[in-house]
Design a binder for this molecule. Sequence first.
Ligand SMILES: [Zn+2]
Ligand SMILES: [Zn+2]
Length: 110
Amino acid sequence: MTRCDHCGNETALPYTCQHCGGKFCADCRLPPNHACTGIGSWNRKPRPAVGMNYSRGGGVTATGGGGAEPRRGTVKKAAGEIPYLKITALIIVVILLGLAWLVHSGYRFG
Ligand SMILES: [Zn+2]
Ligand SMILES: [Zn+2]
């Protein structure tokens, strides 16, 4: 058994902090949770999504600084929300275009 360097709890599978080299329990493994001496470097690097393991610096991070992908102005994140208004407007536009096409192609109403 290994003791957590921070809280002293015995832990079977200690986590080694990549920033200060200490060994910590699951509760203390994140740098803010054990007053990490290397928290400066931890704060500087882009934080991965919650639940992902942060790897040793300079690894295979997909968001490695550059940002080669150009942002398309206003990309709204409608998380799980269906934009009914937009869909309705789109349908109306399609119908109007269809009617315009019918009139254009010689269709006579009545
Ligand atoms: Zn601990
Ligand atoms: Zn640490």
